[in-house]
Design a protein around this ligand. Structure first.
Ligand code: C5P
Length: 217
């Protein structure tokens, strides 16, 4: 194949970003972290004082958001009204609010085409493919992906990873909210490959998944 799409889903701190980034440089794929899209829009909606509920206020606030993309090395990043999201999208306030906003169908719909369009951008930019991480990539955004992975790591392992980052993050609470919402809940998509990284180093995960990527071509 001259272009492949890889979907990487899983809970918070399951190792999606490090794995996806490593694969993106190894296979020259454009890397996209859709969690950052929900985080960046959460910052903007909090700023606008819009509550995480569907309704005219949410529609009006979303209508004011214009999305762009910029590419740095192998990753594509969201731009919202000319704002390039920084580390503030990983603050404790955003950690505590993002899952409530991500449960709103209007917000998910708002980001749908933008996410699908990343495949066109990756093609135009001459990448060999796209690797996109999130919660509903293999189930909703790219159910037609060439490879769909579901990364799992046991809770103790994930808590240790977040603690090492020095941030408090209610990962189990977010997972609980993300898995139980009505629209596009976090789940293992049918036909996806489960990778349990609990007992693996990052290098081992990347090696294992690289075999799967090679077979996806
Ligand atoms: O991946 P990350 O932990 O940064 O994602 C932040 C939040 O964004 C998740 O907890 C989830 O609520 C939301 N999200 C989502 N769908 C995606 C990616 C992220 O609902 N595809």
């Amino acid at each position: 194949k001259d272009f492949i799409i890889i979907a990487v889903d899983g809970g918070a701190a399951a190792g999606k970003s490090s794995t996806s980034r490593a694969l993106s440089s190894k296979f020259d794929l454009m890397h996209v972290d859709t969690g950052s899209f929900y985080r960046a829009t959460t910052v903007k909606l909090l700023e606008a004082g819009v509550a995480p509920e569907a309704g005219p206020a949410m529609d009006a606030a979303l209508a004011k958001l214009e999305l762009g993309t910029y590419i740095d090395e192998n990753s594509a990043y969201i731009v919202v009204n000319d704002w390039i999201p920084d580390e503030s999208i990983r603050s404790e306030e955003v950690n505590a609010n993002v899952s409530q906003y991500a449960a709103i169908p209007e917000l998910r719909k708002f980001l749908f085409d933008y996410q699908r369009d990343q495949a066109n951008i990756a093609r135009e930019e001459g990448f060999a493919g796209l690797i996109m991480e999130g919660r509903d990539i293999g189930s909703v955004i790219f159910p037609d992906a060439d490879l769909r992975l579901y990364l799992y790591a046991d809770p103790a392992k994930r808590a240790a990873r977040r603690a090492a980052e020095g941030l408090s993050d209610s990962i189990e609470k977010r997972d609980q909210m993300d898995s139980s919402r009505k629209t596009a809940p976090l789940s293992i998509p049918e036909g996806a490959t489960l990778v349990d990284s609990s007992e693996m180093t990052l290098e081992e995960v990347v090696e294992h998944v690289s075999d799967l990527v090679s077979k996806a071509y």
